[in-house]
Ligand binder design. Structure first.
Ligand SMILES: [Zn+2]
Length: 234
């Protein structure tokens, strides 16, 4: 396990990573939207589908997520967090609506997000979009990037996840207080969805933001899960 560099300045201009108050004041100005689009381009992300779906808030939240994930995976060979992101993901198509989605995986979906391969993500709606809150949008993006990462490793993470992690996800993941945040999909019961896959994608959120269950009684299980995911995520 390498100790990753944390980039706070991924493009030579400061942009925050989302999910903290550092981001206040960096939202929705023409220069931050421009910067967000530069970060996505550099990270190899092509936005497509229904382009009116890509509001400034969603583009901004996505750039924060690239900075957070890229910073997590970054090594000294990566000039910026966006470069680290591109090295890991290799280029990602993210489409609003059906375009490019594999119907075998995402068929019939009209809300939420769906990842049908290592380089293909689709969204029909996004957590946080109802109040246009970028902070609430970020975990939804991270969750889908967790799935894409799982796909890129031929589902090694989900298949290697101990059953106890799947059934005891509440003991190490944070609860959703009010909205849908830390646990994007805790409704999967194995009927047409993968409980391991969903548990991994939500554990990926906890790992990227280092945001785990904070109850002291759960400290041991959190430590065990962190050690396990350390095999997959630096
Ligand atoms: Zn999912």
């Amino acid at each position: 396990m390498s100790s990753p560099l944390k980039y706070t300045d991924p493009m030579g201009h400061r942009i925050c990573e989302g999910n903290d108050n550092n981001c206040k004041g960096w939202r929705d100005t023409p220069s931050t939207i421009w910067l967000a689009r530069q970060i996505l381009k550099r990270a190899g992300i092509a936005l497509g589908g229904i382009m009116s779906g890509w509001t400034d808030q969603r583009v901004t939240a996505l750039a924060w997520v690239v900075s957070a994930i890229g910073g997590k995976f970054a090594k000294s060979i990566d000039p910026t967090a966006a470069d680290a992101f591109r090295r890991i993901y290799g280029g990602t198509a993210i489409n609003w609506g059906d375009e490019g989605a594999d119907p075998k995986v995402c068929g019939g979906l009209k809300s939420g997000g769906c990842t049908s391969g290592p380089n293909q993500i689709n969204f029909w709606s996004l957590t946080g979009q109802w109040d246009n809150d970028e902070f609430d949008m970020t975990p939804n993006f991270v969750h889908e990037f967790g799935h894409a990462y799982d796909h890129s490793l031929n589902m090694g993470p989900r298949n290697g996840m101990p059953a106890s992690f799947v059934y005891e996800r509440d003991s190490y993941l944070r609860s959703n207080d009010g909205g849908v945040t830390w646990q994007q999909n805790n409704r999967c019961n194995g009927d047409g969805c993968s409980m391991q896959g969903e548990a991994f994608a939500d554990t990926f959120i906890a790992s990227v933001y280092d945001a785990w269950n904070t109850a002291s009684a759960n400290a041991f299980v959190v430590m065990v899960v962190k050690a396990w995911i350390g095999n997959w995520v630096p």
